[in-house]
Design a protein around this ligand. Sequence first.
Ligand code: SAH
Ligand code: SF4
Ligand code: F3S
Length: 473
Amino acid sequence: MIVENEKSLSVEEKEALDEAKISRNEFVKGTKKLYIESYGCQMNFADSEVVASILRTNGYSTTSDVSEADLVLINTCAIRDNAEQKVRNRLNALNANKKQKPDLKIGVLGCMAERLKTKFLEEEKMVDMVVGPDAYRDLPNLLEEVEEGHKAVNVFLSREETYADIAPIRLDSNGVSAFISIMRGCDNMCSFCVVPYTRGRERSRDPHSIISEATDLFEKGYREVTLLGQNVDSYKWENEEKTERFNFAQLLTEVAKINPELRVRFSTSHPKDITDEVLYAIKANENVCKYIHLPAQSGSSRILELMNRTYDREWYLQKIDRIREILGDDCGISHDIIAGFCTETEEDHQDTLSLMDYVRFDYGYMFFYSERPGTPAAKKLVDDVPEEIKKRRLNEIIEKQQGHSLYRNQQAVGKVHRVLIEGFSKRSEDDLAGRNDQNKMIVFPKKHYKKGQYVNVLVNSCTAATLKGEIVE
Ligand code: SAH
Ligand code: SF4
Ligand code: F3S
């Protein structure tokens, strides 16, 4: 799951968004200054907000200026080798700050911390602290150890931790949309994926805490929440007495009931788990957005089996048909695809391209395969597709997606869309930007409107990345 509100398909731009999105921190009170930078998926960004909250009770206020920080935390991602490379480069740059300010403490959090554990301290000498995704409550103790001049490590993975009771401090927020983690970890074993090892076992957060967090956000003026999990369709919770149960469709419905003016989004859906019940819950609730991120990974059943995705091409396409039957052709659908997985032939690659042609996705996140140490694929399969072939296939996939994004955007031209205004457009303060139900970014002249409001926009032109239009009153 990647930052979803940006529409761009070039590899460079994708990388920039996917792996190096920097949180700019809003100012909160405290005596010591924390600078926190996040990489990777939205769940990592949400975790940084939990970390800021834990450290606030310990006297740390956040700053967006690294030079005034007493503590720098880097929340890392391990999903692909280049994600880790970015973190290493960043740590090298931060070393210079440490030389100028010897009291500065540097901590590494998140998935790369979990993957490398104490090795991090051997490899990167300036790092003072290594903390895995389930150990953030221990940060105050770990910081004490660091203050006493020791190196501190906690990479314990928990079966229970969901940080349900911690009210996140919203970082880099537009005050309109926020992310809410509804579960942690992953019990799937996709052979290419490091997440089960870095985030541990799947566990679902108490729905009451989710509903109260969403309600609180709405009361503070937020108008959109995105419910986050590696596999939201397997959300499952019951109370200790086993008298109350929640699945994802029920949770979605309850969050939607908070207020019709609160948009509800969710990510990521897994093709093996998304149910008709979820699709009907989306249909039944006007404010649940008609947009589904449904990673395919490959269009070849043979490759899907090697990936241990537990569905095949036909299953995936049947899910697409079902989405369109229940929610109509208007429902936005996006994908993740990996090019050049172990043993992938030209025929397998053509299967991926033909799957894309069948679906005509609105948007896609596309990668070439990067072997991750310790994963089933690294242990049992050979990473045998040469890099130039991986890259060529990836480019063909990106090019195809660009065509489909343009096609799908063209379908939106000439129609009126309900848009939640997120702020100014990137290019001009005369224009506002926001997304429609299907997650498409629309830019339009601002008139007297402001972020957080809903407007009806008649779309009159588009590119593969953006729609342009005019407010109709
Ligand atoms: N839980 C989500 C995916 C989370 S990781 C799901 O099951 O779909 C986000 C995406 O990164 C994955 O969908 C996959 O496309 C990509 N990815 C994961 N491991 C990768 C690897 N080793 N090499 C390249 N891409 C990878
Ligand atoms: Fe990784 Fe698969 Fe879990 Fe997604 S579902 S996080 S790809 S193991
Ligand atoms: Fe997310 Fe990267 Fe970890 S994608 S779960 S931060 S490995």
